[in-house]
Design a protein around this ligand. Structure first.
Ligand SMILES: [Zn+2]
Ligand SMILES: [Zn+2]
Length: 189
């Protein structure tokens, strides 16, 4: 593990949130979509199921999307702004089978504030560890999804969504086939 478990979970959730923004249709188009996303990310706590709740999450998504590719100074400013805006107050908690981890907002705080502080604290860990290079965008030429590289040898290049890694492998395989076919063709001349 590169970071603590809760940090890695929060980074994955932040990347997943950012990447909903490039999907069509938008998985967060409505309240049901948000509920599905939160279940998939195992993100618990109180909900209002109101339009402002969804709008606040979409605002957070836009902010995190910008921060993902921001330089260190802008990222730090963004993290501090998120923590300040959500009135973050770190507390150790244990719930739903998760062992001790930090929450910065009470469970009854607004969803977007809770999501924001979790993402911000995890991003703060990345900055403190000097591991900003682990926040990337997908290496596939037609994809700009967020990628968080949590591999020990920093080898992760493609995003989770859309099978970019597979598509690149297929492309490379086809290129190899094509060039070996060319070689064979030349040999047979
Ligand atoms: Zn928790
Ligand atoms: Zn991708």
């Amino acid at each position: 593990m590169v970071f603590t478990y809760d940090t890695e979970m929060a980074l994955s959730t932040a990347a997943a949130l950012v990447n909903t923004g490039s999907q069509d249709p938008d998985p967060l188009a409505d309240d049901a979509g948000l509920t599905r996303f939160l279940a998939q990310e195992r993100f618990s706590g109180s909900r209002t199921h109101t339009p402002p709740e969804l709008e606040a999450v979409l605002r957070l998504r836009a902010e995190l999307t910008e921060l993902w590719t921001a330089g260190e100074e802008d990222l730090v400013d963004g993290i501090n702004r998120l923590l300040f805006t959500a009135s973050a107050l770190p507390q150790l908690v244990r719930h739903d089978g998760w062992d001790w981890h930090l929450h910065c907002t009470p469970p009854e705080a607004e969803l977007a504030d809770r999501m924001a502080t979790e993402a911000a604290m995890a991003l703060a860990d990345v900055v403190r560890a000097g591991e900003l290079a682990r926040l990337r965008t997908c290496a596939a030429p037609d994809c700009s999804n967020a990628v968080v590289d949590l591999s020990r040898n920093r080898s992760r290049r493609y995003c989770d969504t859309g099978n970019c890694g597979n598509r690149q492998h297929v492309r490379a395989y086809r290129r190899r086939l094509a060039s070996s076919a060319q070689v064979l063709g030349e040999q047979n001349k």
